[in-house]
Design a protein around this ligand. Structure first.
Ligand code: HGY
Ligand code: MN
Ligand code: MN
Length: 418
């Protein structure tokens, strides 16, 4: 069926088909509570990657994989001289993730591609869908690792050497699941990227807006802290003689939380903690925990970092525990490409949805890709702003709205090459 002239400028995505794809792929790592546990380069990740590759090939796309597992599905356009226009996000999830974080961006792109193919719509530029490896950074830190390799922020060796908490390396897992591809990272080029994503916060829902026109991503820094006290008997060791690593950690976690409140709209969090030996009647001798500081303004983030380091040093000294701290990730604040933001605005207007401009609190692959190609993002609401939670939810209508704006924006950008 070829698109009539009228429908050529008003291609409508298939809302039900997108929803079905979201629900179908949710079974890869699906949890009893209705979420998804699809840790990067796990067997579940392999299953969804295989599914994605097969669906793209059914559309006539070629699918390429680079050396860190990033996947690129490409549909040719009229002009071979033009770099592809990409739509991308990630298919990996948190251990207690939801059905939409990252997945909506990849499957929304697939739905846009399916719509183009259904209508036989030929774009000027080739169109691409990217699936970025290890966006979450949950199994292998840091986050956005392989879009970071693509953007030249990290080397492939650094990425391959990342170990999960059980000592397994990313590179070995990529080989094991068959996704350590032949292409050098960064060698598969595109001229622009649009990323559709759920907001993962409460603003759009609270304001009754359907679409977020995302202008940038806040700065993010991750740290690892190890405290070394002294294991001792909880019954026989007087309170004043203890070197309690967990007590020191508790005081530090509280101080970090206060730093977040002292620098709003910044945020400060401790998400991962390991207490050793974790025995009921042993004063904890060693604690490992992670710190996540974020702020839209780099100078404020510097202040938060300074206060964080001063606080933990004072608490360690007072608690007579050894302190090791290192910053393992620093992703500076990012502004997106005005010319692509303009396409998103055009796409929103064409679809007729209420929208608002906003910066992203969460990190996204777009933050790194913006370093090597014009990039921007499109948000849709999620229920109660909840994400990184098995109860993460949004509606079929909101998913469809996001995918429609994504397609409209991509075509608006494509028309600039006519
Ligand atoms: O940490 C983040 O903001 C993203 O979800 N990886
Ligand atoms: Mn995400
Ligand atoms: Mn996430």
């Amino acid at each position: 069926m070829t698109a009539t002239a009228a429908s050529k400028t008003n291609l409508t995505i298939n809302s039900q088909r997108l929803w079905d794809a979201l629900m179908e792929t949710a079974r890869f790592g699906g949890t009893a509570k209705g979420g998804i546990k699809r840790l990067t380069v796990s067997d579940e990740d392999k299953k969804v990657r295989d599914w994605f590759k097969a669906e793209c090939e059914k559309l006539g796309c070629t699918v390429e994989v680079d050396e860190v597992g990033n996947m690129f599905a490409i549909r040719p356009g009229k002009r071979k001289d033009l770099a592809p226009i990409a739509m991308g996000s990630h298919l990996d999830t948190q251990p207690t993730g939801g059905k939409f974080d990252g997945v909506l961006g990849v499957l929304g792109a697939l739905e846009a591609m399916r719509t183009l193919v259904d209508l036989g719509y030929e774009t000027n530029a080739p169109i691409m869908i990217a699936n970025w490896t290890n966006e979450e950074g949950s199994r292998f830190a840091p986050a956005m690792l392989c879009s970071g390799v693509y953007a030249g922020v990290f080397t492939p060796d650094f990425a391959w050497s990342r170990e999960d908490r059980s000592g397994i390396q990313l590179g070995d897992e990529l080989k094991r699941i068959g996704y350590k591809g032949p292409h050098k990272a960064g060698s598969i080029k595109f001229g622009a990227m649009f990323e559709l994503h759920i907001e993962q916060g409460p603003i759009l829902e609270a304001e009754g807006k359907t679409v977020g026109v995302v202008t940038g991503v806040q700065g993010m820094r991750w740290y690892e802290v190890t405290l070394k006290g002294q294991e001792s008997h909880t019954g026989a060791t007087p309170m004043g003689l203890r070197k309690n690593a967990l007590l020191a950690a508790a005081r530090m976690i509280n101080a970090i939380n206060d730093i977040g409140f002292a620098h709003l709209p910044g945020v400060a969090s401790v998400g991962l903690i390991e207490n050793r030996p974790n025995s009921r009647n042993v004063v904890p001798g060693e604690v490992f925990f992670t710190v996540d500081l974020r702020h839209p303004d780099e100078a404020a983030l510097d202040k938060m970092e300074k206060e964080f380091r001063a606080a933990i040093a004072g608490i360690a000294e007072e608690g007579r525990v050894g302190l090791e701290e290192k910053r393992i990730w620093n992703s500076p604040a990012v502004k997106f490409a005005p010319e692509l933001i303009k396409c998103v605005r055009e796409g929103v207007k064409q679809a007729g949805f209420p929208s608002r401009d906003m910066a992203s609190g969460a990190g996204h692959d777009a933050a790194y890709i913006a370093r090597v190609a014009p990039t921007t993002m499109i948000f849709v609401p999620c229920l109660g702003g909840i994400s990184h939670n098995e109860e993460e939810s949004t509606t079929q209508e909101e998913c469809a709205a996001g995918a429609q704006v994504l397609l409209n924006a991509v075509l608006a950008h494509d028309r600039s090459f006519a």
